[in-house]
Each structure stands twice: as C-alpha cells, then as structure tokens.
Design a protein around this ligand. Structure first.
Ligand SMILES: Cc1ncc(C[n+]2csc(CCOP(=O)(O)OP(=O)(O)O)c2C)c(N)n1
Ligand SMILES: [Mg+2]
Length: 286
C-alpha cells in the first residue's frame, strides 16, 4: 500500500517533500480552526465558520496556484486555501480578532472573510456567491491585458444555485477565461440537503452547459483533488478551456455556531446520516 501511494504522488510530479508540506498545511489549517473555536467559546472571537473536513481538498486545489501571480477568490470555509496561498496563521487569527494590523481589512471585515492584497486573495462579501463574479472579473482583466494569470474561486454546493454563479460561469465559458471554479460539496446548505438544492444531483454536470469540463473528485482524496486542480490550471493557462471541479467533501465536524436557529431545525434524518458517515469513514464503533 505504501508503495502504491508513493507511486501515485510521484506520477503526479510531487516529491516526498511536497506531500509532507501538503500534510503540514492541512494540519496547520485544522490547528488554527480548532484554536479559533476555543477563542470563540472564550468570547474573544465573535464567530468562526469552520473549514474542518475541507482541508485536504483546499490544500490540494490551491497547490498548483502560483503565489504572487495567480489570484484567489475564496469563501468563508477557505482557511486551508488561504494558508496554502500565502496567508499565515497569524494573519487569519488577527483578522478574527479584528486587530488594527489585520492584513485583510485592518480589523473592519467580518470573521471568515479571507483576503489580503499581498497574497492576491480577494476578500469576499457576505452574500454567498459574489466571489465567483470577482474571480471571473480578474480572469477577464488578465485576458484583456495579456497577463499569464489564473483565477480560482471556491464556494459551496448551495451557493452554486445563486443566480450570479450561473452568470459568472456562463460568461467565463463564452469568453474562455482563465478561471477555475471549485465547488466544495458537503451535502448541505445549512439544513437543506443536496437533493433539495441541486436538480440532477451534480453541480459539476452543469459544466457541459457552460462549455467547460466538469469533474467530480472525492474531497477526501488529496492527490485526486491535486490532479484535477493541476489539470484545470494547465488548461486555463493554455487558454483552451476552463476547469470546473466538483469536490465531494466529507462532512465538516462542527456546525455553524452563528446559525443556531438552523441547527435547531436541522432534520433528524440529516443528523442520522452524518452519524452513519462518521461511523463508516472514521471507524467509530456503533
Ligand atoms: C445570498 C445569501 N443568502 C443566504 C445567506 C446565508 N447563508 C450563509 S452560509 C449559507 C449556506 C451556504 O451553503 P453552501 O453553499 O452549501 O456552503 P457550506 O456552508 O455548506 O459550505 C447560507 C444560506 C448568505 N450569506 N447570502
Ligand atoms: Mg454545502
């Protein structure tokens, strides 16, 4: 098994040092996330939106992105994406504490709105999906200027149903812009399950209608996510076709603390489904 794993990352052009660095980034993201939960419970942070369960997919899809050259328009769970693309743990925690030297906004943005001019990370707005338009705008600007730039944006599968996400993807497809759309599908938009959000059951399948490839990758398969992101990045640079990746993420462990009302109304069936998933995948005995 160890030999197979080694062959797989080597085949993708990754060295042992690369995969160790990816694993370290995942662990750092989890450690920062857990620390912020403690700080939130201690009353030091207003709220935290967790990225737990998304780390592998985020590190892997950010890995092919060129720091200082490409651009990222992330979403509120993008702790690992932001860390991989240049933000430090200190940047992330300082932003949540709303300190004056916070790189994202000088303490003026809400928690979870990752951004930083030095890192080419565009701060998101609170209405879900707006960052998808920003990424397409960045890609359009790069194309007009003739710059070698790839923009990447990420969002949840619930957000994929916002009107502007359709507009952004259609516009990108029509103009063949260098932008990668990453849908981190964790099966729920707060308490609404996938089958009540997405007709047809797949966000990635919509890519055909936008004239771009759409692939589904298991979000727990870090190397699979890396391979998909690397291919999409290469395609975007060639100006050939843009990549749209549907990431099928594992459930994130904690719930949204700021959405208490929705938690209370989450259907019992959802709790049972999550419980079954945890038992099966994490080996928790019944
Ligand atoms: C336009 C808009 N509608 C509703 C909300 C409230 N809201 C915040 S997060 C969220 C759920 C989004 O679900 P999904 O896109 O699947 O991402 P997840 O949180 O599951 O990662 C909603 C409805 C919002 N911020 N913006
Ligand atoms: Mg979701």
């Amino acid at each position: 098994m160890a030999t197979d794993t080694h062959a797989r990352h080597a085949e993708l052009g990754l060295g042992d040092d690369d995969v160790l660095a990816m694993y370290r980034a995942m662990l750092l993201a989890r450690a920062v996330d857990e620390r912020m939960w403690l700080m939130q419970r201690a009353g030091k942070i207003a709220f935290i939106i967790s990225g737990q369960g998304h780390e592998g997919a985020q590190v892997a899809t950010a890995w092919p992105m060129r720091r200082g050259q490409d651009w990222m328009a992330p979403f509120y769970r993008s702790i690992a994406s932001a860390l991989t693309f240049g933000m430090s743990a200190e940047d992330i925690i300082t932003a949540h504490l709303a300190k004056a030297d916070d790189v994202s906004s000088g303490g003026r943005q809400m928690p979870g709105h990752y951004g930083g001019a030095p890192y080419n990370i565009v701060s998101l707005s609170s209405p879900v999906g707006t960052q998808v338009l920003h990424a397409v705008g960045i890609a359009m600007g790069a194309w007009v200027r003739g710059d070698d730039v790839v923009a990447q944006t990420s969002f949840g599968e619930g957000t994929a149903n916002q009107g502007e996400v359709h507009e952004a993807m259609n516009f990108a497809g029509v103009h063949r812009l260098p932008v990668i759309f990453i849908c981190e599908n964790n099966g729920y938009a707060i308490s609404v399950p996938l089958d009540r959000q997405v007709a047809g059951g797949s966000v990635a399948a919509r890519a055909a209608g936008y004239g771009m490839p759409g692939v589904v990758v298991d979000g727990g398969d870090v190397l699979g996510c890396y391979a998909a992101a690397k291919t999409a990045h290469e395609r975007a640079r060639r100006g050939e076709v843009r990549g749209m990746t549907g990431i099928d993420d594992p459930y994130e462990a904690p719930e949204h603390p700021e959405l208490t009302f929705d938690q209370a109304t989450r259907p019992a069936a959802a709790a049972a489904e999550i419980d079954a998933w945890v038992r099966e995948h994490l080996g928790v005995p019944a």
